[in-house]
Design a protein around this ligand. Structure first.
Ligand SMILES: *Cc1c(COP(=O)(O)O)cnc(C)c1O
Length: 238
């Protein structure tokens, strides 16, 4: 199958899952996760109408953004664990940041973003030039995983709202691995519950959750951004 055909199949899955949850298909946006895949595949997806792409690794993001700079409206989402010493590079390339999980990291992003002239900010920032940010929550409480503890969420939300350079988009999670897709559902529901405890959709409109294996579960719970890689670009090398 071509990338365009795979994209169509993923959109059909999204539409079916949305319909099953009595939601409008347009309430779910697809972020095509292109990590480890060549820029040429991003071009194929772009030609098929895809605009939002997720990248995990900073050097790879940088190289692809340069390679693809001729494509207007191409928007990179930074979805990998973000180190403070990489923030400066990342915000030149990604307008949406999914993985803020500490006060120190939020402060670094806010400071660096404020220093970057609006004309140099990438596609995907809000119309007023602010970076869209999501807070990553470690809903499974896994020791080795990034993401903040649910108990820290209030403090992190307040920190984002203090910055003139950032706009709070919502919450993101990567649930613990389970063999059956349904195993992720309680973790997705937990993220929804946390959103409701912290001001609901008015304050935290986006929920970034769901991948190739479990996007249906995530949409049933209320995902507005699904991050899908292998269903679009094929399996990755390990
Ligand atoms: C790789 C990755 C995805 C996509 O995973 P697939 O199973 O290939 O759809 C989504 N989110 C994050 C944070 C990832 O690292």
């Amino acid at each position: 199958m071509t990338v365009a055909e795979r994209l169509r199949a993923v959109h059909a899955r999204i539409a079916a899952a949305a319909a099953a949850a009595s939601r409008a298909p347009s309430s779910v946006r697809l972020v095509a996760v292109s990590k480890t895949k060549p820029a040429s595949m991003i071009r194929e997806a772009y030609a098929a109408g895809q605009r939002d792409f997720g990248e995990n690794y900073v050097q790879e993001l940088e190289a692809k953004a340069v390679d693809l700079s001729d494509l207007p409206g191409l928007c990179f989402h930074a979805i990998g664990h973000l180190q403070r010493n990489k923030v400066k590079v990342v915000i030149r390339r990604a307008g949406v940041l999914h993985t803020l999980d500490s006060v120190r990291l939020i402060r670094e992003v806010a400071e660096r973003a404020a220093q970057l002239p609006a004309a140099q900010r990438p596609a995907g920032v809000a119309p007023d030039g602010r970076y869209r940010v999501l807070l990553e929550v470690n809903v499974g409480g896994e020791a080795q995983k990034s993401g903040c503890a649910p108990a820290d969420l209030g403090e992190l939300i307040a920190e984002v709202e203090r910055s003139d350079a950032l706009v709070l988009s919502g919450l993101m999670t990567v649930p613990p691995h389970t063999d059956a897709p349904a195993g992720a559902r309680p973790y997705f529901d937990r993220l929804v519950q946390l959103r409701d405890q912290h001001g609901g959709a008015a304050r935290l409109p986006e929920l970034s959750m769901g991948m190739t294996q479990d996007l249906e579960q995530a949409i049933a719970s209320g995902a507005t951004l699904v991050r899908v890689g292998s269903a679009i670009f094929g399996e990755r090398e390990r």
